[in-house]
Design a protein around this ligand. Structure first.
Ligand SMILES: Nc1ncnc2c1ncn2[C@@H]1O[C@H](COP(=O)(O)OP(=O)(O)O)[C@@H](O)[C@H]1O
Ligand SMILES: [Mg+2]
Length: 373
């Protein structure tokens, strides 16, 4: 798929922006702080309902404005669709598809698909497990948009279960009457059900990704691998099917219950898992060099791209300011690998940062204006 037109209203630094787009490469070039990332962030938002830079929507709304609107005209084969999201921080966001407002924001998922490369990706390798969980879950949702519902069910159940555990922990500490814990059993079942579904998808994704990530790493940094992806669950076991994983989670929750009541928090489930990224025999986190970590992060993104493409609907590739971070060799390799993409959006501070093979449309971005260069 590709985006043929992007419109912004009160998004980040833009009061308004209208950007016609074509298939192939488009580069947004301009000095730092002029609004390049803001543009591609908007495209990413349509694909994930989130930003790759911030966890909440508030910073995405232009200072002084109440709401932001991101709209894109999207073409997939012969099909044209208009998708629109209205961001209302503190209130429910709204969505429209082909001007119909009878949809939830979550229904927009799957229309715009992106694989976004950004300097923030280094955190995939060096950062907390939460970064890697988010990476997996965003990709799961891109593969299968209905997983957005499972994710939000899981988050809701987890929150409610934690509230219950916190109350139980407080009651226990203050020597009050102990709580009736039968409600906890019900929450365990809900948590295990949504958790098992999420886990099954993560395990399948990791198994499918591993050879793709290994291949991408080899192309970026020949001889530097091999790369292996090891999913590290908080509820140990050999399960793979949803039923097996449900049983595994239920058993682990039962075992952890006493400790959970002491600490007042859910200690078992996909929200406590990690993905160990191995390079050779060692985990990349804590061992890999800066350059290796970068190659690893890029390899994960390239693998995501290969995966989504192989599964039918080619995503838009977004490369936000990544070339400046790479040495000349990896820069050329990455550029060659992404150049044939259906649509590639690149941002760079100067023309020289955009590799020669990525010729295409250029836009100059300056002080919130976007103009054909
Ligand atoms: N919510 C907002 N309201 C107004 N301006 C914003 C908002 N969020 C970010 N900005 C401004 O956008 C600019 C950064 O834009 P960005 O796209 O990240 O720049 P770059 O061209 O370097 O990628 C900064 O000047 C910042 O102050
Ligand atoms: Mg930027």
């Amino acid at each position: 798929m590709h985006v043929t037109h992007l419109s912004l209203a009160d998004f980040r630094s833009y009061a308004r922006a209208e950007v016609p787009l074509e298939p192939g490469v488009t580069a947004f070039v301009g000095p730092n702080g002029q609004g390049k990332t803001n543009l591609v962030e908007a495209v990413g938002y349509l694909a994930t309902l989130g930003s790759h830079r911030v966890a909440s929507d508030a910073p995405l709304v232009r200072m002084g404005a109440e709401r932001a609107v991101v709209r894109a005209q999207v073409r997939q084969g012969d099909r044209q669709q208009l998708v629109e999201l209205e961001l209302n921080p503190g209130k429910a966001n709204r969505a429209r598809i082909n001007r119909s407002s009878k949809v939830r924001p979550r229904d927009v998922l799957g229309i715009v698909r992106t694989v976004l490369f950004a300097p923030e990706d280094l955190a995939l390798v060096k950062g907390d497990p939460g970064e890697r969980r988010r990476f997996l879950d965003e990709l799961i949702t891109a593969r299968s948009p209905r997983m957005a519902g499972v994710r939000s069910d899981y988050d809701r159940v987890l929150k409610q279960r934690n509230t219950l555990l916190k109350t139980a922990a407080l009651a226990r500490r203050h020597g009050g009457r102990s709580m009736d814990l039968s409600t906890l059993d019900v929450w365990d079942q809900h948590l295990a059900r949504a958790g098992a579904e999420l886990l099954a998808q993560r395990l399948d994704l990791v198994a499918t990704m591993e050879p793709l990530a290994d291949k991408a790493y080899e192309q970026l940094a020949p001889g530097g691998g091999p790369v292996a992806l090891e999913y590290k669950p908080s509820a140990p076991g050999e399960g793979h099917t949803r039923e097996e994983l449900y049983d595994q989670l239920t058993a682990a929750l039962a075992e952890a219950r006493k400790q959970e009541i002491e600490r007042g928090v859910t200690l078992v489930g996909p929200h406590r898992d990690d993905l160990v990224l191995k390079l050779g025999q060692l985990p990349a986190k804590g061992y890999a060099s800066h350059g290796e970590s970068w190659s690893y992060a890029l390899a994960l993104r390239l693998a995501s791209y290969e995966l989504l493409r192989a599964e039918g609907n080619e995503p838009v590739l977004v490369l936000d300011d990544v070339f400046a971070e790479l040495d000349a060799r990896r820069r050329e390799r990455l550029a060659e690998m992404v150049a044939p993409g259906e649509q590639v959006l690149v941002t760079a501070a100067v023309d020289d940062d955009v590799p020669g093979v990525l010729t295409g449309t250029r836009y100059a971005v300056s002080d919130g204006t976007v103009e054909r260069a």
